[in-house]
Design a protein around this ligand. Structure first.
Ligand code: A3P
Length: 330
């Protein structure tokens, strides 16, 4: 979890004053650092994580770009890793946003006033692979990365942008025309973008160290959830026993974390989440939005309802160019 410290804050302010900045994209200004665009609070949090983050023994890290299935992967991994010490009926996922159960290392995003007191070595991040704290890359942490078809991720980001922009009185189109948003996305101007570079960083690292990084695709997880949930469990060192499989434990976890179930929970329908934007003289500066912003459709291929064939082709072309020779296909 993000920790404020004055030394890092001063370093952050110094960096901020010299790096490229864009004020016209998405909800918050973007800053370019080490080849990636990020929001100011992500940058400060990342610098802080580099100073302070100390992995626990058997630390597991869930990583992704925003809108690739982070919330789902957090829920699944949390349910897998806590299944021996939390009861089905009292699982924190039933009463808390998944982001409360699995904190980001660089951002404070909390929905519940009480901190969860479960000692699970599980955290999350959106930090690009090449900018991760050395304490992670030089250790034996296991990283589970999830990526998604850029067309769906783009559409998801566009909706999320509107839901969190607090401009409920106008339509999403008026708030940020889809064409303009696409232009930004294609230019790499998204939080944690360029989108493709984020994927490629983790993809290459996963090829180099397959025992450290498990590279997943949202679409695969949707199509064969049982297989991939077992794979995640095995990878993080929490394999399901035959007895558990026979008792239907895998399916129970999948059902608990399904889009239908998660999005129908009261906490995810009506709760509010607070994002910490930084600390000023007046205290912590926060930004609030609804937990429901994290749950929209949860489908593969919803881009077809939003993008024209030309828009889709444009994204596909960039994907083809960027991923050429990498061995990764989306
Ligand atoms: P859509 O906007 O396409 O519906 P992230 O968690 O990285 O912010 O990504 C959000 C996307 O994941 C949204 O996609 C959201 O609906 C979807 N999502 C959230 N919870 C999910 C779940 N339990 N299963 C599948 N998809 C889920």
């Amino acid at each position: 979890e993000y920790r404020f410290d004055p030394t890092t804050h001063n370093k952050f302010k110094e960096i901020m004053s010299t790096i490229p900045r864009r004020e016209d994209a998405w909800v918050f200004d973007l800053y370019q650092y080490e080849g990636f665009w990020c929001n100011s609070f992500q940058l400060e949090g990342m610098l802080s994580a580099r100073e302070h983050f100390k992995p626990q023994p058997n630390q597991v890290i869930v990583s992704s770009t925003p809108k690739s299935g982070t919330t789902w992967l957090k829920a699944l991994t949390f349910a897998i890793m806590t299944r021996f010490h939390v009861d089905e009926s009292t699982n924190p996922l039933l009463t808390r946003l998944a982001h409360d159960c699995v904190p980001f290392i660089e951002v404070n995003l909390c929905s519940s006033p009480q901190k969860l007191n479960l000692d699970v070595p599980l955290v999350a991040t959106h930090i690009p692979y090449t900018s991760l704290p050395k304490s992670i890359t030089n250790s034996s942490c296991k990283i589970v990365y999830i990526c998604r078809d850029p067309k769906d991720a783009f559409v998801s980001l566009w909706h999320f942008n509107h839901k969190t922009s607090a401009k409920e009185e106008v339509s999403a189109m008026e708030d940020f025309p889809l064409e303009d948003a696409l232009e930004f996305f294609c230019q790499g101007l998204t939080p944690c973008g360029p989108y493709w570079d984020h994927l490629l960083g983790y993809w290459r690292a996963s090829l180099e160290s397959p025992e450290m990084i498990l590279f997943l695709k949202y679409e695969d997880l949707k199509n064969d959830t049982v297989f991939w949930v077992k794979k995640i469990a095995q990878f993080v060192g929490y394999s399901f026993s035959l007895e558990e499989e026979n008792k239907g434990v895998v399916q129970k976890i999948i059902d608990l974390c399904s889009f239908e179930h998660m999005s129908s929970l009261e906490v995810n329908k009506s709760g509010m989440v607070r994002l910490e934007l930084g600390i000023t003289q007046d205290g912590v500066n926060t930004y609030e939005f609804k937990n429901s912003a994290f749950f929209r459709k949860g489908k593969v291929g919803d881009w077809k309802n939003h993008l024209t064939p030309e828009m889709a082709r444009r994204l596909d072309q960039i994907t083809e160019q960027k991923l050429a020779g990498s061995g990764l296909t989306l």
